[in-house]
Design a binder for this molecule. Structure first.
Ligand SMILES: [Zn+2]
Ligand SMILES: [Zn+2]
Length: 243
């Protein structure tokens, strides 16, 4: 029988994985780099999932991320460990993200194509409502304290572990296939939705697939292939060549 702590951790892990894969597929590969085109049903599904599990606003995420690609590891990069130091990005990644996301000129310059449609204005812009509803659903499913603990553990995993591992460690240390300032971690890629194949991604930002070598695994790419097979996603950019 599962102990309470074990159940909390398993639920939190599943939520964090769902959130990180949705972030990678929808916000990162779909919207920020346009390497995927989503069927309206898949688009809505990802937006609801991200609203309930993260409360993030898509226009902000896209703008901050595109700015990171424009100024990678030089003046203007919102969260570069080369400029700020490894631990500052690892611990305060969420602060650097939020600071940049609040800058209206960042949104106007880097995400002019991401519109705030009716759904965004009336539903998804209310991030805390989404997170509150997601937490309420967890409490309904697993009981008050288990639900709260699982929601909180998920938030810590997503905000303070997985996202900083990509933005911090991904620009600090690891393996490289290509000459740029980002690094790969084949092991971490299993839990970051493939995002830790970050050196590959910076070499080919328009590629929908982040793995390039046989032993590299990109979990989000597996999900993309399934969604493409049922025509919920169209793959636009995939061309990657090893040097
Ligand atoms: Zn990067
Ligand atoms: Zn990117």
């Amino acid at each position: 029988m599962l102990t309470q702590a074990c159940l909390v951790f398993l639920v939190a892990l599943a939520l964090a994985q769902a959130a990180v894969v949705a972030t990678s597929i929808y916000l990162h590969r779909g919207l920020a780099h346009r390497s995927l085109a989503l069927h309206p049903a898949a688009d809505l599904l990802f937006r609801v999932l991200l609203w309930l599990t993260t409360g993030q606003r898509r226009r902000e995420w896209v703008a901050v991320h595109r700015k990171h690609h424009t100024f990678t590891d030089r003046e203007g990069d919102p969260h570069s460990p080369q400029l700020l130091g490894f631990w500052r990005v690892q611990i305060f990644n969420v602060y650097y993200y939020a600071r940049e996301a609040r800058n209206p000129s960042t949104l106007a310059t880097f995400a002019p194509d991401i519109s705030d449609d009716w759904l965004e204005r009336t539903v998804f812009s209310h991030g805390w409502v989404g997170v509150g509803l997601g937490t309420a659903a967890l409490c309904g499913l697993f009981g008050l304290w288990t639900g709260l603990a699982a929601g909180l553990t998920h938030a810590v995993l997503y905000v303070f572990v997985l996202a900083p591992l990509i933005n911090g460690l991904g620009h600090w240390h690891g393996a490289q296939n290509f000459r740029n300032t980002a690094y790969n971690s084949r092991l971490l890629a299993w839990v970051t939705g493939g995002e830790s194949l970050h050196n590959n991604h910076h070499a080919y930002p328009r590629s929908a697939k982040f793995s390039v070598r046989r032993l590299e695994f990109d979990p989000s790419w597996a999900v993309i292939r399934v969604l493409a097979a049922v025509r919920l996603i169209a793959i636009i950019g995939t061309s990657v060549k090893l040097p």
